[in-house]
Design a protein around this ligand. Sequence first.
Ligand code: CP
Length: 352
Amino acid sequence: MRHLIDSLDLSVAETQEVLDLADRIAADPAAYAHCADGKILATLFYEPSTRTRLSFETAMLNLGGRTLGFAGAEQCSATKGETVADTARVVSCYADIIAMRHPKEGAPLRASMYSRIPVINAGDGGHNHPTQTMIDLLTIRQRKGHLDHLKIGFCGDLKFGRTVHSLVNSLVRYPGNEFYFISPEELKVPDYLVEDTLKPAKAPYHEVTSLEDTLPELDVLYMTRVQKERFFNEEDYIRLKDIYILDQEKLNLAKADMPVLHPLPRVDEIAPEVDADPRAAYFQQVLNGKFIRMALILSLLDLTDPRRDRPHSRRKGNGHLQTIGAGVQDPVGSFITIGKKSEIWLQGSDQN
Ligand code: CP
């Protein structure tokens, strides 16, 4: 049984296999239309979402399967005090695979420990968003042709932006990548990302405040929204929310082939005029979301890839992919692939 909780649950080789599968699906979606006939995806979303939930659902529908779920904590028995652990046990009786989004870091990991079916982390608090990372990697690879030796700029809310944390964790595994973190002091990348990821990997990184000065250096720009829902103080949010706005004048400072990524939703940080620039890659990311989630459902359910006539995860001479994510038997607190905030939360009581 395999789960996807953290982008590092996939090795570099496994990540490449999923990206390759997503490319094959995109090239011939009809070939995959019945791969998941009879299978059911449960989308358990305790936080709002447009892209992630709908693309998971359309991914399963496009594979021939069906979906059920809820789109808000108020729509399920969490309001009555049911824990994530019990919810995972219950949904295991109804579905074949779970995609879970939750405002608390570590909640999908918690669910995976009690679930009898694969659990995919669809975003947990400010911590991780591994399926978005796969989308981002695929889009960068499509635009640049490779994932190594790139100068990548991350701009905006780098403190609460879980997509940034997941993507940096993945990109440090490719040689020669250099990171530029463009943010105000209050929204810098968390210390654990520096101490546990960047420094051990000896990845060069720069923490800067000026988008204009940094833009000419970059091969890839990853813009982010200031995450209003994670601020304790509305005054701080209002002060910081428009600190970086990418418009055409600023984009003119960048290289002609520098893709602009954004996980979306955007608020004001990318002016609509940029959408017409060929460097805008954020709607390409949205389309890739469907293909990546189709690829992940196939892989985690160990379904046959019609273009290979064998389960996607079965590797030549090496049996199945290694376990992805947490196993149900693992004791609480034994996980090493998840950031410190989640470990702390997981040591606590079994709350939803
Ligand atoms: N990128 C992303 O996670 O978007 P949603 O919040 O709409 O799912």
